[in-house]
Design a binder for this molecule. Structure first.
Ligand SMILES: [Zn+2]
Length: 198
């Protein structure tokens, strides 16, 4: 129905999260019909982003500077560290505008079935970060999935020798819930009402 180039573009886009083949086809058609408004800016943005984006060596966030803007912002509370599964969770918490401390991105959660073990996650760096810095509270903001909870227990266990208050998100995160899918109000309430890990 369409040329190979267009078909390949549709296929590339349809691999993105949230975009199935149908949405990808509509997006491509819109770009081809309005190249100046849609296609050209997108090409420029993609090239610029690919050149500039780096992973923050301190927290694991994605930004165009390293350390990222969150790590280098002196106004943020350096005594609180929030552990999240991925950058999507970090961005969700920032969108909710309820946390002003630092973050640590694990890069996943423990999942034996998928072959994800502790060595695949950014846990060693977390332990090192806690021993280097004066942190007072560690907030485990992992999803209420089995993997998220297993990971929380594992982190608590690994930090048993570290003198730090450990809390986790309160109810409000639905069972099986991933942070990125929560509305900002729910996420904010869960963080505000966080409780100690026992
Ligand atoms: Zn950072």
């Amino acid at each position: 129905m369409v040329g190979q180039d267009i078909e390949q573009l549709i296929q590339s886009l349809s691999k993105l999260p949230g975009l199935g083949p149908r949405s990808a086809r509509r997006a491509v058609l819109a770009m081809l019909e309005k190249p100046e408004q849609l296609l050209h800016p997108l090409i420029r943005n993609l090239i610029e982003t690919e050149k500039s984006v780096v992973k923050c060596k301190s927290c694991g966030n994605l930004d165009s500077v390293d350390p990222c803007r969150l790590c280098s912002d002196e106004r943020r509370d350096g005594a609180k560290l929030c552990v999240v599964e991925d950058v999507a969770s970090l961005w969700a918490l920032e969108r909710a505008n309820v946390f002003s401390g630092r973050y640590h991105v694990l890069g996943g959660v423990l999942s034996p079935l998928d072959g994800v073990g502790p060595e695949d996650l950014n846990i060693g760096a977390l332990v090192a970060r806690l021993s280097d810095n004066k942190m007072e509270e560690l907030i485990l903001a992992l999803g209420a999935t089995v993997e998220g909870q297993t990971t929380s227990y594992y982190v608590v266990d690994r930090l048993s020798d570290v003198d730090i208050k450990i809390t986790k998100l309160a109810h409000g995160v639905p069972i099986g819930g991933e942070l990125d899918y929560l509305d900002d109000g729910t996420l904010g309430a869960a963080l505000t009402a966080r409780r100690p890990v026992t």
